[in-house]
Design a protein around this ligand. Structure first.
Ligand SMILES: Cc1cc2nc3c(=O)[nH]c(=O)nc-3n(C[C@H](O)[C@H](O)[C@H](O)COP(=O)(O)O)c2cc1C
Length: 404
């Protein structure tokens, strides 16, 4: 395994010019608008904004070996699965365990029908959880096998939608150890990266995580990255015009780390690139129908584009042909890529905004030379310090066990 400590992410002397803070007219107006709104806050609210607590890390450690006993081992595997990334940290997963198998099922209450009408991001989230589970099983010396089930067809009316059935038995050797060690350290990193390029060797290792059924297209030309940044900006603005979708997104926004810890899910303003008191204000402005809505959405779009511009490279995960488990497999592939990036000391962040609408998908595919393919997820890669972890709901809340 490559030593993650061999990098010095974000070392100031390696920072290129384009990520230094420039106050262009647009950003100045955004800040001015925010400052005015901030100044008009009641004192108690302003204090709360200043003292927004940092997230306390949850115990993100896993045992070094599979615990004995069927229930204990299933619990440990689920403990690995829930560390997976998910769309808006919605964690749309449930796990049903019985003597014969484990079933990964969809938690309907955690889906976002307006933002994700074909449930591609929901399925990718389940796929990421599945991959974590498989990585842990292999690292613990097990041989897991997976049966994918048709999406959208519960066996009985009212029954949960089962995405996959998983079984495991002892294998000959431990595999996937390097990725396993990254399970607790992987983060979706929304920060500005320092612009350093990704080496050919690292790129090859990332590409190797993607199965034959999918493609990973790569961009590291600075002019091309800037063009994609514009696309991300426009897509972020465009999606906010759908009030229902915006309402769904707002539902997963947690205004403080304390709120996120209490619910164990959702994302904080910082994860949208809205750091500090102004960011906190901009996040509040995202409430649909609010008087500062345009300013809030503009801030998110502006920050997203700036973040993309600071990337060392962009990768587009796409499918040449879509079959039933494509989205699930895409989640698995993305998670392997994210874990591999972690072992290489690279920062990464998935970006769904430019993949949420058909017109932007087509433009994105064209930019990456993937016309005719189905873009699944845009990922920015680079070098930056890791953010604090986002909270998770406990294993006990997302799993049920039956003895027979
Ligand atoms: C399918 C999918 C889409 C995602 N889209 C975005 C996105 O557009 N922007 C973003 O910052 N994070 C995105 N994420 C990352 C989640 O926000 C992140 O996984 C979640 O907040 C938990 O944080 P963590 O990944 O650091 O554990 C996405 C994750 C998945 C699985």
């Amino acid at each position: 395994m490559a030593d993650p400590s061999r990098r010095t992410p974000g070392s100031p002397d390696s920072r290129p010019e384009f990520v230094s803070l420039t106050l262009d007219r647009r950003r100045f107006l955004l800040l001015l608008g925010g400052a005015a709104a901030y100044a008009s806050l009641p004192p108690a609210l302003a204090r709360a904004a200043r003292h927004a607590a940092r997230a306390a890390p949850q115990p993100w450690t896993l045992p070094d070996a599979l615990p004995a006993g069927p229930i204990e081992s299933a619990r440990a595997l689920i403990g690995a699965a829930i560390l997976a990334p998910s769309y808006w940290n919605s964690q749309p997963w449930r796990f049903e365990v019985d003597a014969a198998e484990m079933r990964l099922t969809l938690d309907h209450a955690r889906t976002m029908p307006a933002c994700d009408p074909d449930q591609r991001f929901t399925q990718m989230s389940l796929g990421a959880a599945l991959e974590n589970l498989l990585v842990a099983a292999r690292a613990w010396g097990q041989r897991p096998s997976v049966q994918y089930l048709p999406w959208g067809a519960p066996a009985l009316p009212g029954a949960p939608l089962v995405a996959a059935r998983i079984t495991w038995e002892p294998g000959e050797q431990r595999r996937d150890r390097a990725l396993f060690l990254a399970l607790g350290a992987r983060r979706s990193n929304p920060r500005h990266y320092d612009g350093r390029a990704i080496t050919m060797q690292d790129r090859a290792q990332l590409l190797a995580q993607v199965p034959e059924e999918l493609n990973l297209h790569w961009l590291d030309d600075r002019a091309e990255i800037r063009r994609v940044a514009l696309l991300v900006h426009d897509a972020t603005l465009a999606r906010s015009r759908d009030a229902v979708g915006q309402g769904e997104r707002f539902r997963w926004l947690r205004m403080s780390d304390g709120d996120a810890r209490r619910t164990g899910d959702g994302i904080t303003p910082e994860r949208l690139g809205l750091a500090g008191p102004l960011g906190w204000l901009a996040a509040h402005a995202l409430r649909p129908g609010g008087h500062a809505f345009a300013w809030g959405v503009g801030s998110v779009a502006h920050e997203a584009a700036d973040a993309v511009r600071s990337s060392g490279a962009l990768a587009l995960l796409s499918a040449p042909r879509r079959q039933d488990p494509t989205f699930l497999m895409a989640g698995q592939a993305y998670e392997r890529l994210a874990l591999k990036a972690t072992t290489l000391g690279l920062a990464q962040q998935p970006l769904s905004a430019p993949v949420e609408s058909e017109p932007h998908r087509a433009m994105l595919a064209k930019r990456f030379g993937a016309a005719g393919e189905d873009p699944l997820l845009l990922v920015r890669l680079g070098h930056a310090h890791a953010p604090d972890p986002m909270p998770r709901r406990a294993v006990a809340l997302v799993s049920t066990y039956r003895a027979s």
